[in-house]
Design a protein around this ligand. Structure first.
Ligand code: SAH
Length: 534
């Protein structure tokens, strides 16, 4: 065995899209073996090579012939359209060689010359549909059981791959494409963009832009590649585009990016990444379970809090659930009365519990089949009842036992408007009624210090951790009546733009400014040298 086999992919069909190496390999060969149509497509490149033409279904004899000729010392080119390694001749040539005892160090050399496959040429004609994870599936069941093909379609569809369907349809195989559409419609909308490209870069090129629901109304044949978009693929005019996700992190209509280059790889700025999960969330399965339980209970709380208008959709049998709620005697009032204590104890029952927390509230927990009733009774008993978890919490001072009462109405208004709303991460608003600020408002996520009818505003306190610190004083003397609206706007910005799980101080730092208040970097910590006397 002394010759050489080059398995050459010559691209979609036009000469501009054939690689230099493919041309050379064809010219270096003495014999060209290929399916009739393919030989015609590269006829201009041939000089005096011997040509062995075969019919379409004669791949095995084509490969055997190539091996025979190469074994006899000839340089042979086996040609495939597109890439020879994608549903082409490369694999089969190797398999026939292996049958004949060939090994990779043998004298008979094999070279696989890459070419532009249909998925790439057809995608280019459509725009940029395979910008994200994509796969190819051949619908030909001549060599592959349909049950396997079906599974692959199902898997690709469920994992939101962009899919390029090769061999979608031929004279006798007409049902496969209809079956494929049926499976895909279980996972993707009928409006999902679908591109049909026939004879890409050949004489009778035809590009059709349609949708998953409509695609069967167009001609699909042996020379068509069908590109199915994923859940985010869209058309802009004629162009089919699958976004890669840049819009998640970059502002595409501005030269100035909100994240500086060094910040873009920080875990908190890509909370969807595997590293971020590990780093930010670095939690045990027990913590995950605890959070799942808490979220479930919050969801329960939401149902309770809203007067129920959808009774008909809920099962009528009462279900015993854990009722977990935050309870306090008032916004400024810090004292539970004896009758309130009694009520709490009675409603909690023997199995229930009351936990005191640093957020100026008790957590009330019990199992019940009528949480709504518990909430109602607590409220009737003069207590404030709010959800627990990642919600807004107002921590007001006691206004010197009510003596400095001017601020109380503002605290109550803010509590009324904001407390209990959901946020990405628990957000505490500290509200202190005079400049003494003895309840530590400045150390909360947002601090409000009320002084003579006006407010000092502190943003971005870091409430926990070894580098905890107070918020930045961003404004002094804000007229009191403007404060609730301003606070509402600040929180609305956080609610709408925070990344998942992002705390307020990190959010403030990332945004650089909120409602015109700018974030200022803190001075660097100086590491003290513990060794004295040097
Ligand atoms: N080796 C080839 C694929 C051969 S299988 C490659 O890499 O492209 C044959 C299938 O390829 C066809 O049914 C069609 O789906 C696709 N195909 C090949 N050439 C094409 C072209 N010029 N335009 C559109 N689809 C093409």
């Amino acid at each position: 065995m002394g010759g050489k086999i080059s398995v050459v992919g010559f691209g979609p069909g036009s000469h501009e899209h054939i690689t230099d190496r493919a041309r050379e390999a064809i010219q270096e060969s003495q014999v060209i073996i290929g399916y009739n149509t393919y030989v015609d497509l590269i006829r201009d490149l041939l000089t005096d090579q011997e040509i062995v033409r075969t019919g379409m279904t004669e791949e095995v004899s084509r490969a055997q012939k190539a091996v025979d000729l190469a074994a006899a010392g000839k340089a042979v080119a086996v040609i495939s359209s597109g890439d020879a390694g994608v549903y082409g001749m490369a694999g089969l040539v190797y398999e026939v060689l292996i049958e004949r005892g060939w090994h990779s160090g043998d004298q008979l050399q094999v070279e696989v010359v890459p070419g532009i496959s249909a998925i790439h040429s057809c995608a280019a004609l459509l725009g940029a549909p395979i910008m994200h994870d994509a796969c190819t599936i051949s619908l030909s069941d001549h060599l592959t059981p349909w049950t396997v093909i079906e599974k692959r379609i199902e898997a690709a569809a469920s994992a939101d791959f962009v899919i390029a369907l090769y061999n979608p349809r031929s004279g006798r195989r007409t049902r496969q494409i209809a079956e494929t559409q049926r499976i895909l419609l279980n996972y993707r909308a009928a409006q999902t963009p679908v591109g049909l490209v026939k004879s890409a870069y050949r004489d009778r090129q035809l590009v059709v832009r349609t949708t998953l629901g409509e695609m069967l109304n167009y001609d699909i044949g042996m020379l068509t590649t069908v590109i199915i978009g994923n859940a985010s693929t869209f058309y802009h005019d004629e162009v089919m585009i699958t976004p890669r996700g840049y819009q998640r992190k970059y502002t595409l209509d501005s030269e100035v990016q909100r994240l500086r280059p060094g910040e873009r790889l920080r875990p908190e700025n890509e909370p969807w990444s595997l590293n971020s999960y590990a780093e930010i969330q670095n939690r045990s399965s027990r913590d995950w379970a605890a959070e799942a339980l808490e979220r479930l209970q919050n969801a329960e709380m939401k149902i309770i809090d809203r007067p129920d208008v959808s009774n008909s959709t809920r099962s009528s049998a009462p279900q015993s659930t854990i009722c977990e709620i935050a309870v306090s005697p008032g916004v400024a009032n810090k004292k539970f009365s004896p009758s309130q204590m009694l009520l709490l104890a009675t409603l909690a029952g023997d199995q229930g519990e009351l936990e005191y927390t640093p957020a100026h509230q008790l957590i009330f927990r019990t199992t019940t089949d009528d949480a709504e009733k518990i909430v109602k009774e607590l409220r009737e008993g003069g207590m404030r009842v709010l959800p627990v978890g990642d919600v807004i919490k107002l921590k007001a001072c006691d206004f010197c036992d009510g003596e400095k009462f001017e601020g109380i109405s503002f605290a109550e208004e803010i509590a009324e408007r904001l407390a209990g709303q959901s946020v990405e991460k628990e957000l505490r608003i500290g509200f202190n009624g005079c400049a003494m600020a003895c309840y530590g408002a400045v150390n909360e996520d947002i601090g409000l210090v009320f002084r003579k009818g006006r407010f000092d505003l502190f943003l971005g306190g870091k409430t926990t951790g070894r580098n905890a610190g107070p918020g930045q004083r961003v404004a002094e003397g804000i007229p009191a009546e403007q404060m609730p609206d301003l606070l509402e706007r600040i929180i609305a910005t956080y609610q709408s733009q925070a990344f998942p799980g992002e705390r307020f101080h990190k959010f403030f730092m990332r945004m650089g400014q909120i409602e015109g208040f700018s974030y200022q970097d803190k001075p660097q910590t100086i590491a003290a040298d513990a060794v004295c006397g040097t």
